[in-house]
Design a protein. Sequence first.
Length: 97
Amino acid sequence: MNWIQKQIDNPAVFPATMDEPFPDTFRQYVSVIFRRLTRVYSHIYHHHFEKIVSLGAEAHLNTAFKHFYYFITEFELVDERELQPLESIVNAIVHKK
């Protein structure tokens, strides 16, 4: 998460003003950021979901993940292979299978 924050705070990756262009490598940076966040979601669902449920926060997690999933698939930011550990979650939440 520290690496992601450093990228977001880096004006060479995310320009601070509207008149500065995004770098040619912007999409690659964003793709890596979202790939890492996909792994965070996977970890949360596979190792901490019971705790999330006990806190009554599963609807919040599911909603955040659903928005995240739609965004990364719409803009093809994460390879399908990265989503395999979350396949059952995607089917249950997004595709309602």
